[in-house]
Ligand binder design. Structure first.
Ligand SMILES: [Zn+2]
Length: 475
């Protein structure tokens, strides 16, 4: 439960009840709250036309997922995605379209399978986690030792774990804000290191997901604390539940696990950058974007083809209507999934340049329900204005002291002001990092609501927008 919700419940509980049990309202002396800001008609019109008829976002995510498909960081597929991105952003009319490349080691998956040998022989569905060691094509065989959390694994004596295949379970539930991912993602993020430090042969975790399909959820993990890399995989949720039921029978369980993978040094990723030039180039730009790379099991539609599509469509709609006061910089970050490589490269290159604000879309394509911002106390009126501009879209204004986004985390951490829209995450972790992350999961109506919110936000932050003498406004 988040803090706001708790506060709301406490307030509700504290409301005085009248004699008939009716909630008594504020007394006649309670003053009205301050009047909210009036929304600039230009901002409202831009928002509404995006909501009614945006096709740019769908066009981008449909094109990227169809013509490129999966684009794992550092691979040839991600390189093709950058070529596609440059062509698309150029064709849309953006300025200063270019790639900023950076080197990285590249992990790729090969053949993978999991099989219970005893007591009830059967195949399970598994996918290797990022940076998993390879079992080699022959695979490994070991007895399963199970834990219901990483902490339980860490508390176990080494002798219980040594030479075995660790299984870590969990029970992540769907939530609107996706908050379960932090806590219940631990088996994937820290489980392999904890298992390796205790001498495990390999580890399988229950997929970090909320669905009940036989789709494994991929995801990165990194061996830390001097842990030797071991094979590490994610079972689908139904297969993890099956394994838990088999273990409950109390008999020793043996698994044969094959997770073949390769690591190659000397790979390359890159950030793709494009701009809508502002009328005053001396002013700090507004940075928006998402990440271009994806996991390799699906086509990266909700993660994060939708994010680059939504933010770019909003910038394009501003450009179509004239010239904003400030430059809008679009960044399609590379190699986010492997550990925010693009975000850190951007910070290393551009960290000294002032930014007016940064914002990222990287939580799918379902509707936006909340606006948070961290523009600083002196810009509260601006944050209120964004809130008023998007309220007709059903978006509530949340906190004024927080903003996040994976690729922009390094920038926000270095003090760049930020704005963050929360999308509905109720079904996000059904699909996240699975073979099911495909275009058909995107609802075009909710996608347009996203574009409308981002267009209104950009119109406030980068505006006002004036006619561009070189480019007549599009209808
Ligand atoms: Zn993502």
């Amino acid at each position: 439960m988040n803090r706001l919700l708790i506060a709301g419940l406490l307030l509700a509980a504290a409301a005085p009840l009248g004699a008939q049990g009716v909630v008594v309202g504020p007394g006649p002396d309670t003053p009205l709250p301050p009047i909210g800001p009036a929304v600039d008609p230009q901002v409202g019109a831009l928002r509404d036309s995006a909501l009614d008829g945006d096709t740019y976002a769908w066009d981008i995510v449909e094109g990227l997922t169809t013509e490129v498909g999966q684009r794992l960081g550092g691979t040839e597929a991600e390189a093709r995605a950058r070529v596609w991105a440059v062509a698309k952003l150029t064709a849309l009319g953006f300025s200063n379209v270019h790639v900023e490349p950076f080197p990285m080691g590249v992990w790729t998956r090969g053949a993978e399978s999991a099989e219970i040998i005893a007591p009830f022989p059967q195949k399970l569905v598994v996918a290797a986690l990022g940076n998993s060691a390879s079992t080699g094509p022959a695979g490994v065989t070991g007895q399963i030792v199970a834990f219901d959390s990483v902490d339980a694994l860490r508390r176990a004596p080494d002798a219980v774990v040594q030479g075995k295949i660790v299984f870590v379970d969990h029970d992540m539930l769907p939530t609107q804000d996706g908050s379960g991912y932090g806590q219940f993602g631990a088996p994937r993020r820290q489980g392999p290191t904890a298992a390796s430090l205790k001498g495990a042969l390999a580890i399988v975790v229950r997929s970090i997901g909320t669905d009940h399909h036989r789709n494994p959820h991929a995801g990165v993990q990194t061996f830390t604390d001097g842990a030797r890399p071991i094979p590490a995989g994610a079972l689908t949720v139904p297969d993890a539940e099956q394994l838990a039921r088999i273990l409950k029978r109390g008999l020793p369980v043996t698994m044969h696990l094959t997770l073949v993978s390769q690591v190659r040094q000397g790979g390359q990723s890159g950030n793709v950058i494009a701009e809508v030039p502002g009328r005053d180039p001396s002013l700090a730009p507004v940075l928006v974007g998402g990440h271009l790379d994806s996991w390799d099991l699906g086509t990266g539609a909700i993660d994060d083809g939708a994010g680059v599509a939504i933010t770019t469509a909003a910038a394009k709609r501003i450009m179509d209507s004239g010239r904003p006061l400030r430059t809008i910089r679009i960044v399609w970050f590379g190699a986010e999934e492997e550990g925010l490589f693009g975000g850190f490269d951007y910070l290393a290159r551009h960290g000294k340049e002032a930014l007016y604000a940064a914002a990222e879309s990287d939580f799918g394509a379902d509707h936006v329900w909340k606006l948070d911002s961290k523009l600083g106390p002196e810009r509260k009126a601006e944050a209120d204005m964004i809130g008023a501009s998007v309220a007709p879209l059903g978006i509530v204004t949340g906190a004024f002291d927080k903003a996040d986004g994976s690729d922009i985390e390094p920038l926000i951490g270095s003090g760049v002001p930020g704005v963050a829209f929360s999308q509905d995450g109720t079904r996000y972790f059904d699909i996240h990092h699975t073979p099911d992350d495909t275009l058909d999961k995107i609802d075009p109506i909710q996608l347009r609501q996203n574009v409308a919110a981002w267009t209104a936000m950009l119109a406030v932050l980068a505006g006002p927008i004036k006619p561009d003498p070189k480019r007549p406004p599009r209808r």
